[in-house]
Design a protein around this ligand. Sequence first.
Ligand SMILES: Cc1cc2nc3c(=O)[nH]c(=O)nc-3n(C[C@H](O)[C@H](O)[C@H](O)COP(=O)(O)OP(=O)(O)OC[C@H]3O[C@@H](n4cnc5c(N)ncnc54)[C@H](O)[C@@H]3O)c2cc1C
Length: 396
Amino acid sequence: MKKNKIVVVGGGYAGIKVIQKLAKNPHNEIILLDKNPYHYMQTEVYELIANEEDFAQVTLDLFTYCMGFKNNNVTFYKQEVKNIDFTNRKIITTVDRISYDYLVLSVGARTKFATNVEGLREYAYGIKALHRAMYFKQKFEMSLFKKVDESGTSCKPLSIVIAGAGLSGVEIAAQMASFAKEFYKNNNFLCRKLNIVLVNAAEKILRGMDDILVDKSIKRLVDLGVVIKNKQKVVALTKNSVTLSSGENIFMDFMIFAGGIEPNGLIYELDLQKNERGFLQIKPTLQVLEYERVFAVGDCASLYDKESNILAPTADIAEQMGELCADNISLDQKGEKLQEHNIKSRGILIALGRRYATAKVFGVYINGYFAYVMKKMIEKIYAIQLDRHSCVGCKY
Ligand SMILES: Cc1cc2nc3c(=O)[nH]c(=O)nc-3n(C[C@H](O)[C@H](O)[C@H](O)COP(=O)(O)OP(=O)(O)OC[C@H]3O[C@@H](n4cnc5c(N)ncnc54)[C@H](O)[C@@H]3O)c2cc1C
């Protein structure tokens, strides 16, 4: 029997789920392409920055992971996809041209560094890519060390600005504030000043999220000493200052930009229909509008609910899209009708500093240490399952 060649571009939360399901069928030959050799668990970045986890704990080797499938039908190539010839079903990578029967696009998104903000690209740190998060983590640690080193001679506060108060901006602000608080306290340093300013364009942080979770998060941030500046945008940056739309100038040691995402370079190249923000338009079956055998899942595509509201791009949604995409490819292989999505957020868990979180899971609110343990458990179960699988691959 001829094997079906399925190529998955992007081994993030969505791509991994597609592979997990489709690899169960020995008649599928699956190729995973990713520009990085690892799967990056972005939902755990807050722990990486606070030194609670190292980079090995937030990554998974894609080579060994793909070697761990019992049907031996998944191959990983570390290659960046540059374009796709849909007419001839050929994927053009930096080094090769690869054919496919089915194609899954799961390339995620990237930080949107607005080009009209002077100095933004030059002086702000992003956290969506691992190398950027690592660079920023080291900068944070070095800045703390510098303050300790200066103790007794000067006591200038460490000033950090975070632009963007979505899930990632809020989590990072809370984690850094509570980490620094504990760090200074544990070591009885004389000089303990840390300023964290969270700049938010909307009226309230965490726009579009549940009001109770928003209020809990605001209270926690304020308790941790984070200053929230609502209805403000960053308009310009220099090495040590940020100018806001109100005209205010804030001194900073460094700034993190978490002000939004945009499609990555590949999506811009593809001759497929996109929405006004540049993300791929897909059918409720997760196929792109133009080709029956091309699917798009995760952050690179916009998913709408029945009321035409866009679903927030999260790992939870990306994983559910990945699972449905795999099911639909299997249905299509059998010549059966594809399923339309009924994907909803299963819950939201917001880490708010060390050992504290706020959450709404299947409609139930949870706060504090218990919510933190729950978030950690979900992340750990996810990581352990992947790790066990790649341990099998390690043996080859
Ligand atoms: C700091 C932070 C905290 C977050 N916290 C949460 C949270 O608590 N809960 C939650 O649900 N979500 C959270 N998210 C959002 C979540 O991480 C994303 O929604 C999720 O990663 C999307 O998954 P994906 O598979 O679409 O893309 P990704 O996980 O980004 O994976 C995309 C993959 O495609 C690869 N790729 C890209 N371009 C190419 C190319 N041209 N060729 C080959 N490979 C390519 C990349 O290397 C990457 O491996 C957070 C995000 C951030 C940044």
